[in-house]
Design a protein around this ligand. Structure first.
Ligand code: APR
Length: 307
């Protein structure tokens, strides 16, 4: 790949740039942050590792959006963290404002790029980016459910002793504590029940839904960075290699489940064009209920944005 831009050089953005450099996924990385000195400092530090890591990936730090020109992929991690006492809808409005202005810059400087959103609340931010870039929904989507799936796979592996490589986790829906952790997840060709009793799986489900908060509680300041960065790299590699890999991402559903138009996590086939196909897994009755709850909550938040 010739150029990947990362908007937001904070914890996730800098960890992501580091992984791209280590894995030599792109010749250049433009690292953009509202705090120009911060972006430049992170870029200098990363570039100093190029010789040791034998990587020709070069990183440019800037606050000038013209630096994202002609990117193959743009990853957006820019956002404001939730501060103590801040209401959920206040954060929603602040980050929607940031994503809306970032999207306009992307449209202006790199109209052919694929855009991967990371900023929370993710599903809403994907919608805001779609509206403000006007790009096809194949090219604008969010990293969320693949991280949740990776978290579930980690817990299943720890519980059963089976390698993470043999676990096929299935997590969909909202990228929040109300995500849809499916008991249709598999261990090799076996159903979960063959390894873990129902109440055991419920406990793992609970741990998966609360993992983001668990990390925040431990860290005191900041939130998850390595897991999110790794999950974005998985998507970048699938695009780069046109691998047609199934990865759950936050995508626009037009009316696939008769729930109207909204963004949520669904397994998608990812290739060189971004989302090659949105898959529609068979949902159990309780899963249908949860997905319809996701649609309702999405519409409610959208209304709060326009009020
Ligand atoms: N343009 C560019 N950069 C911005 C803007 C903007 N308008 N607003 C904020 N930023 C930058 C900040 O200066 C900061 O460096 O975005 C960066 C965000 O980094 P962190 O605060 O460290 O947040 P991080 O932990 O990386 O998480 C980023 O990903 O997982 C989600 O919930 C998380 O929404 C959050 C996002």
């Amino acid at each position: 790949m010739d150029k990947i831009s990362v908007i937001g050089a904070g914890s996730v953005g800098s960890s992501l740039a580091w992984l791209i450099l280590i894995n030599k996924l792109s010749k250049r990385i433009s690292l953009i942050d509202i705090d120009e000195d911060w972006a430049k400092g992170i870029a200098c530090d990363l570039n100093d590792s190029r010789f040791i890591l034998k990587s020709d990936t070069f990183i440019e730090g800037s606050s000038d959006y013209s630096a994202v020109k002609d990117s193959d992929i743009i990853v957006v991690t820019a956002g404001s963290p939730r501060k103590p006492g801040m209401r959920r809808q206040d954060l929603l409005k602040i980050n929607a404002g940031i994503i809306s202005s970032v999207s306009k810059e992307i449209k202006k400087h790199s109209p052919g790029s694929i855009v991967i959103l990371v900023t929370n609340p993710l599903d809403l931010m994907v919608y805001v980016a779609l509206e403000n870039t006007g790009f096809s929904s194949k090219r604008v989507f969010g990293m969320g459910s693949s991280l949740d799936s990776s978290r579930l796979a980690n817990f299943i592996s720890q519980e059963t002793g089976v390698s993470v490589k043999d676990i096929t986790p299935l997590v969909m829906g909202m990228h929040s504590k109300d995500m849809l952790v499916s008991k249709q997840s598999k261990i090799g060709v076996f159903s979960i029940e063959e390894f873990i009793p129902a109440e055991g799986f419920l406990a793992l489900k609970e741990k998966t839904c609360n993992r983001g908060k668990e990390i925040v509680d431990y860290l005191k300041k900041g939130s998850a960075r390595f897991g999110p960065a790794a999950a974005v790299v998985e998507i970048i590699e699938a695009i780069d290699k046109d691998s047609q890999k199934i990865i759950p991402v936050s995508c626009l559903l037009e009316n696939e489940f008769s729930l109207g138009k909204f963004c949520t996590g669904m397994p998608c086939v990812i290739g060189k064009n971004g989302i090659e196909k949105v898959l529609q897994p068979h949902l159990l009755p309780e899963e249908k209920k949860l997905l319809s709850e996701s649609a309702r909550s999405f519409q409610e938040s959208l209304k709060c944005l326009t009020d």
